[in-house]
Design a protein around this ligand. Structure first.
Ligand SMILES: [Mg+2]
Length: 196
């Protein structure tokens, strides 16, 4: 088994470190001009429960959230992210943040600035910061991810991928973590292969 300093943990941000769906719910309530309690907290990927009809509709809300409500710098941290990432980093693991946030053309400087400010102000330790759509190309040993499609793609390539549990991925099988403490336990017991 590799020594810890050789092990790279690829950590997703939205839905894993940052409470993407909690903040989007607040912003969506404003965008739709509806009471927040009308919007279920139990959403699936694509937010159809809130009345998002298709990809273009989703993009419109997402664009509003990012460009007008500073989504990337205004999300709450998911509890435990700071504590357990620091613990893993102190133990020698290499934390590599991997996020697909550069999807709005000509808005990259702001997206990167909001992201870096958020990471610093929440005390999230990391060595590398990758803005990537194809996460498998980053080359981490362990991935922590919440998007069902991304998890399936990474696992199809034989990569050890921990599903960080939320309402969008209840159908995804183990390895799963419902908290950062559970991520820590899974990472610590990883045996160096694609599967446990
Ligand atoms: Mg995510």
């Amino acid at each position: 088994m590799a020594v810890k300093s050789d092990i790279v943990i690829g950590v997703d941000l939205d839905g894993v470190c940052a409470d993407f769906y909690g903040r989007m719910r607040e912003i969506a309530a404003e965008w739709f001009e509806r009471p927040i309690d009308d919007l279920s907290a139990e959403v699936s990927y694509g937010l159809s429960e809130w009345g998002i009809k298709d990809h273009a509709h989703y993009d419109s809300l997402h664009r509003f959230a990012v460009t007008q409500r500073e989504l990337f710098s205004s999300m709450e941290m998911i509890p435990g992210a700071r504590k357990y990432l620091r613990l893993l980093s102190d133990e020698g693991y290499r934390i590599r943040i991997i996020t697909h946030r550069l999807f709005i053309h000509y808005f990259h400087a702001t997206a990167v600035e909001q992201t870096v400010n958020w990471l610093d102000s929440h005390g999230i330790p990391y060595w590398d910061l990758c803005f990537m759509k194809e996460k498998s190309q980053v080359g981490a040993d362990i991935y922590v991810e919440d998007s069902p499609d991304n998890i399936e793609q990474l696992r199809d390539k034989g990569l050890f991928t921990i599903c960080f549990g939320n309402s969008t991925n209840r159908h995804i099988v183990e390895p799963r973590a419902e908290s950062w403490e559970e991520v820590y336990i899974l990472v610590s017991s990883w045996n160096g292969t694609g599967r446990q």
